[in-house]
Each structure stands twice: as structure tokens, then as C-alpha cells.
Design a protein around this ligand. Structure first.
Ligand code: 1GP
Length: 242
């Protein structure tokens, strides 16, 4: 059974529990019309700062999911949980190692109906995610498409995440990845700062994730919601379903 908490998302803001966001800014993010808030970060995420951010987001009705890469941060009460696996790392711990260890300890407690595997392809070598996981970001398009097929067809992972965190990626490649998928939903995140970038990403991927810009240009970040919504509306008019 595929968990139902995320397949309709077209736009999501990713908030990092390790970064400061004022109450006023958080309110604007939560009331922006985004489909969901994704909570996660590549460093400095703890149980305490995750609880704190969740309780602040819960003042609003917006759905909220956690990217859980460390079982020590498994805070209950989210609408859903993504378990990341990095496909293009040489380090086993980031593909299946930590996940298997966590399941050995906590598998019996997992709310499986709200848990989705999330296969990452990390493509910005300068990002923290790439550094932490030693990801090989210098992949050819053919290699990216091969990883996408592996996740989608061999492993049947429900979410494939093309991650350019901090840099706007190659939308032609992202679109080719989407076209190759048969069941997985394609999340794209990385470097979206403008309305045009949000629109391009929404035309290429199923779900657009907007992160950093929330912290340094909130007005710009909020404008990405409308841009993604406009792509969605125009696709609907043309009878196209993302
Ligand atoms: C990060 O993909 C997200 O994991 C969003 O990327 O922070 O560059 O927007 P940015």
C-alpha cells in the first residue's frame, strides 16, 4: 500500500530544524498555500529542535512530514515520514546501512501506513548533503536515468528525489527522469529562488521543494507557491495530470 500523505503535493517548503525562523515568517510560510511542509536538514538536526519546529508548525493546518535519516530524531506526530536513501553514494551506510540498523531497533514501532522510502540522487557536489554522504555528483545523464530506473522499477521506491540543494539544476534532465518513471513520484529540490525557476521545476517534476530561499528572501519564497499553482492549473486545463 502506498502511503497517501504526499502523492498530491505539487509544492512543498523544506524547513530545517537547525535554522532560525521567526514566528512571523513561519506563519507566512504555513499560510502560503503550499501543499505541505517537509522538515529535514543535512546537519544539526536533533530530537529537541525537531519537536520544537513541529509544535510551531502545528499551530497551522498545513500538512507536515519529516525526512528521517537518524532514528534519534524520530519525533511522533508528523502526518508522514520519508526515509531517505542516497543512490549515488559509495557508502553503504547511506544506502541501506543506517536504515537497516534503525529497523532492527525500531521496526516494530514504525507507523508503516505513514512511511515512504525516498531515493535520492544528489547532483550538487558542493552541497552539504553531497559532502556528508560522499555522493558522486558528477554523473552522466545516462547514469542518472539508470539510478532512476533502479529506484522506480527494481526497488519500486515511491519517491525519487533529484537533489541539487543550493544550486538550480538541469531541468531538461529532471524532465527526462520524470518521463522514465512508471510509479515513483519525482521530487525536485535545489536553488529555486524565482518565479521562473519554480515554474520550470514544476513543469519538469511532480513535486517542487523550496528550501534555502525561505531563510534569505521570504517574499521570493512565497511567490514560488503561486508559480507552481499556475503550472498546475494550466496542466489541468489541458487535461494533463501530474
Ligand atoms: C534541499 O532540495 C531542498 O534539500 C531544497 O533545496 O534549499 O536549494 O532550495 P534549496
Amino acid at each position: 500500500m502506498i502511503p497517501s500523505f504526499y502523492p498530491h503535493w505539487r509544492h512543498s517548503f523544506k524547513l530545517d530544524p537547525d535554522r532560525e525562523l521567526s514566528d512571523e515568517a513561519l506563519e507566512r510560510v504555513c499560510l502560503s498555500g503550499t501543499d505541505a511542509i517537509l522538515v529535514g536538514g543535512s546537519s544539526g538536526v536533533t530530537y529537541d529542535n525537531t519537536v520544537d519546529l513541529l509544535s510551531r508548525i502545528r499551530r497551522y493546518e498545513v500538512p507536515c512530514a519529516l525526512e528521517l535519516s537518524d532514528p534519534a530524531c524520530a519525533v511522533p506526530g508528523f502526518d508522514g515520514y520519508f526515509i531517505p536513501m542516497v543512490l549515488n553514494t559509495p557508502r553503504r551506510e547511506w544506502i541501506i546501512g543506517r536504515q537497516a540498523e534503525a529497523l532492527a531497533d525500531f521496526g516494530h514501532l514504525m507507523p508503516w501506513e505513514s512511511v515512504a522510502g525516498e531515493a535520492y540522487i544528489v547532483l550538487n557536489g558542493d552541497s552539504t548533503a553531497a559532502r556528508v554522504t560522499c555522493a558522486d555528483a558528477s554523473l552522466s545523464a545516462a547514469q542518472v536515468l539508470a539510478y532512476a530506473q533502479l529506484a522506480d522499477r527494481l526497488w519500486r521506491v515511491p519517491v525519487l528525489y533529484v537533489e541539487y540543494s543550493g544550486a538550480f539544476g538541469d531541468m531538461a534532465l529532471v524532465r527526462r527522469v520524470r518521463e522514465t518513471l512508471t510509479q515513483a513520484r519525482l521530487f525536485y529540490g535545489g536553488g529555486i529562488r524565482t518565479v521562473d525557476q519554480a515554474r520550470e521545476a514544476a513543469e519538469a517534476a511532480h513535486t517542487v521543494v523550496v528550501g534555502n530561499v525561505v531563510y534569505d528572501d521570504l517574499d521570493g519564497a512565497l511567490r514560488t507557491v503561486g508559480a507552481v499553482r499556475a503550472v498546475q492549473e494550466s496542466a489541468k486545463e489541458q487535461g494533463y495530470v501530474f
